[in-house]
Ligand binder design. Structure first.
Ligand code: 2HA
Ligand code: ZN
Length: 272
């Protein structure tokens, strides 16, 4: 067996969590990531039929039975992952009953997957139904995005439109817009169900006064979506108290959509 600490998936998780911590988005134990792994690749490092312990999940994830995920641990700090991956990360395989996760590696101090596991696994199910290539669900507390949820109406059309106006690239990066949820208690099946429902339609979901979810075929794609929203939110806040002299107009957003052949939420524009 090869050394799992050197596997591309563990190394990528170490680098990504360290980067997100240094962005200032994942204070203390804030944020969590789950990434579906390729069974054949994992077999080079682990016996995938040997469980260290069974972890009850408290919800059903039948479409994910047998699937393997690397997941950040509950209560663990992103800043520490790179120094102790075996304690701060875990690799789980969804058991045949669909309600238990078998621990294959990690959480070495007796830990568990993120408290947001319902939102993660339910969102994986939603995204895989839309895009079989999806592998990553990422949750974070990016500062400007979070601040914007205090001063901007939590309306999907209005929120998306405000961000699309802030950078030319926004509509190109997230033409499908942003789903928005009101403030809810986190770590519950209810917020998981609500997030997964939005994830059927959107690759980005805002949790009002809490943070954001993004997804993608790899860590870079999920990060890139969140990073682009965060940049636009920063520009929004930097200019929010100043007279707006210039903007990107809706007819220009339409031109962008044509130039980049975007399948975009035209109903999120204010066209006559
Ligand atoms: O894991 O971010 O939403 C800590 C959180 C909960
Ligand atoms: Zn959070």
């Amino acid at each position: 067996m090869k050394n799992i600490i050197e596997s591309p998936f563990v190394v990528d998780m170490m680098r990504m969590t360290a980067n997100m911590y240094r962005m200032g988005w994942d204070e203390r134990n804030g944020g969590n990531i789950s990434m579906m792994l390729d069974e054949q690749e994992v077999k080079e490092y682990l016996d995938i039929d040997s469980s260290i312990r069974a972890i009850p999940m408290g919800f059903e994830a039948k479409p994910l039975i047998g699937k393997i995920f690397i997941v950040t641990g509950t209560g663990k700090y992103f800043k520490n992952v790179e120094f102790d991956p075996e304690n701060n990360l875990g690799i789980i395989r969804i058991a045949p009953d669909g309600v238990t996760a078998n621990l294959l590696w990690g959480y070495s101090d007796g830990g568990r997957p993120t408290s947001e596991l319902p939102a993660h696994l339910m969102s994986h199910m939603s995204r895989l139904a839309v895009n079989p290539e999806n592998r990553v669900i990422m949750h974070s507390h990016p500062t400007n995005t979070l601040a914007m949820t205090y001063v901007h109406e939590l309306d999907e059309k209005k929120f998306t439109h405000s961000l699309w106006e802030m950078c030319t690239e926004c509509i190109v990066v997230f033409p499908d817009g942003i789903g928005v949820l009101p403030w809810m208690v986190c770590g519950t099946n209810e917020i998981g169900i609500a997030t997964a429902e939005k994830m059927k339609e959107f690759r980005l979901v805002i949790w009002g006064q809490h943070g954001i979810y993004g997804c993608g075929k790899d860590l870079d794609e999920a990060f890139g979506l969140i990073e682009t929203v965060e940049k636009a939110a920063q520009l929004y806040l930097m200019t929010a108290n100043m007279p707006r002299v210039n903007t990107i107009h809706d007819n220009e957003l339409v031109e962008l959509a044509k130039a980049f052949k975007l399948n975009y939420r035209r109903d999120f524009l204010y066209l006559d």
